[in-house]
Design a binder for this molecule. Structure first.
Ligand code: BTN
Length: 241
């Protein structure tokens, strides 16, 4: 991964550029689109991804996980989010994966996010664009629930070193996924999941109290409620106060 790198000083969204390049057959598996400034960075659920120019990492990785069926797309989320969590945890402690795939500090806010967009082929994932935004050296955030590695540690980081190491880790996990070895990665995901096996509040169509006890194959949380009932949820918010 990362043999072809399309580096742009500025673009609307690296995910969108990657999508255009796939469609015009200019991007094969492993291509990375990276930029210093996104004018229309996309987050999950139609949110905007804000990132200060030059300070952070904002890039998209083109994958072609034809070995995954569309219903297995959450496996890719697991493989990538744990790669990020593993790497960043070498620099700062207290990081968690907040379902589905935010990288958060347990008390200080969000450090990174992932937006995976898929092109579904014949019964498989023809292409997946893994868009990754990591707050590295940005110090000030308008969004009070965001933070960065620099804020958490007090130091500035070499973001290119982090980028290089991260691509390497993602590649390792991607190959494991290809071999069908999801089990260990799933266990790592659960072990580091924000509010796993803790009573917490959730926001769905309404607010409720429950405990995450697992994640379904399709990516939905398995939440147990106080009355002992269990159900599957794709909640809007996990563990707010
Ligand atoms: C989220 O947490 O809501 C996901 C954020 C994903 C942001 C990254 S930055 C690079 C790539 N390009 C985008 O437009 N979004 C992703």
């Amino acid at each position: 991964l990362g043999k072809d790198i399309i580096s742009l000083p500025e673009c609307h969204s690296t995910n969108d550029v990657a999508m255009e390049k796939i469609k015009s057959r200019e991007a094969a598996e492993g291509t990375i689109v990276i930029t210093e400034k996104q004018t229309k960075g996309k987050g999950q659920r139609g949110n905007v991804w804000e990132s200060q120019e030059g300070k952070n990492l904002t890039f998209s990785l083109v994958l072609s996980p034809k070995f995954l069926q569309p219903m297995q797309q959450f496996d890719l989320n697991i493989a990538i989010s744990i790669a990020i969590h593993e790497l960043l945890s070498e620099y700062v402690s207290g990081l968690k994966i907040k379902w589905p795939n935010d990288i958060v500090h347990e008390t200080d806010g969000k450090v990174g996010g992932i937006l995976i967009e898929n092109i579904i082929g014949q019964g498989c994932l023809e292409f997946s664009i893994a868009g990754i935004g990591l707050n590295i050296n940005q110090r000030f955030f308008e969004n009070l629930s965001a933070t960065s590695l620099a804020n958490l540690s007090g130091f500035d980081f070499d973001k290119w070193e982090i980028f290089k190491l991260l691509i390497h880790k993602i590649e390792i996990n991607y190959l494991e996924l290809k071999k069908g070895n999801l089990k260990k990665m799933y266990q790592y995901y659960l072990n580091n999941l924000f509010r796993y096996q803790e009573w917490a509040s959730f926001s769905d169509s309404e607010n409720f109290v429950g405990m995450i006890i697992g994640v379904q194959d399709d990516g939905r949380l398995i939440i147990q409620k106080e009355d002992g009932s269990q159900n599957y949820y794709a909640v809007k918010e996990v563990g707010f106060l």
